[in-house]
Design a binder for this molecule. Sequence first.
Ligand code: ZN
Length: 306
Amino acid sequence: MGVVIGVTLLGATGCGRLLGLGGGTASSAGASTPASARSARSGAAPSGAVPSVTVPASSAPVVAGTHPAPSGNATSEATAGKGSGASGLVLAGKVVGLDPGHNGGNFTHLAYIDHQIWNGREWEDCNTTGTSTDGGYTEALFNFRVASYLRADLLADGASVVMTRTSDSGVGPCVDERAAIINHAHANVGIAIHADGAAPGGRGFAILVPVADGPNDQVISSSLAFAGDVRTAMLTGTPMPVSNYDGVDGVQPRDDLAGLNLAQVPMALIEVGNMRNATDAALETSPTFQQEVAKALCAAIVAFLT
Ligand code: ZN
């Protein structure tokens, strides 16, 4: 039943089994059994009113006009699987929040993005421009490219995906609003995608996790668990090493970021390498690496949610 459908669809796209996470394996022979088992669990959960793309009403201005049909197959598959465990898709019924940090238009709207918002503990800039490589490749674009690849992967695996921005030419939204978008969507998990701008000698990825502050109290342990899945998937599926300057074994608690302070769903922020480091920058500007990161993050999400 669902096994045949699921294997067919997942064979064409998706990420769940590519890295052998979440109990699955990378071997073709062993992949079908855990896939069908996870699909069955996933399909058993009521999906509620989950369209293929969830746009919370309160954030409609932010995401209006977005989510044009991505690669058609992914959309139709996700739609076909809506509310039906028979789809066999591993993430059917799951909602994932993606927050590609910064925005391409921020560079020309500094007065706006500099205005202060409350991040749950203190006042913080609405948004920032983000960093760039020495060659001028912006972090905002990198973040958006990875998020776009990741969105396609997640849709192909049956998830509903909520994006905090859906182009790289806009301004903002502010970081508190990004948190609200993901919270209001009742995402099962969320991830913010960034790259760092540190001293040139530092390299590698770090995963920033929330510190309990009231609003996020219920998602601290789950966010840490998700961070572990992200670390494993990044090390398995990409050539980027764990940071040699940020965090402990690639994980760093942070209490100064709205996206983590205000999170009411399991949430992590990944700094995918250091754009000021030549080795990391060479990876970050490569579409191949961007897609590898997306696959790794997708696999981490599958591991966490299934
Ligand atoms: Zn950033």
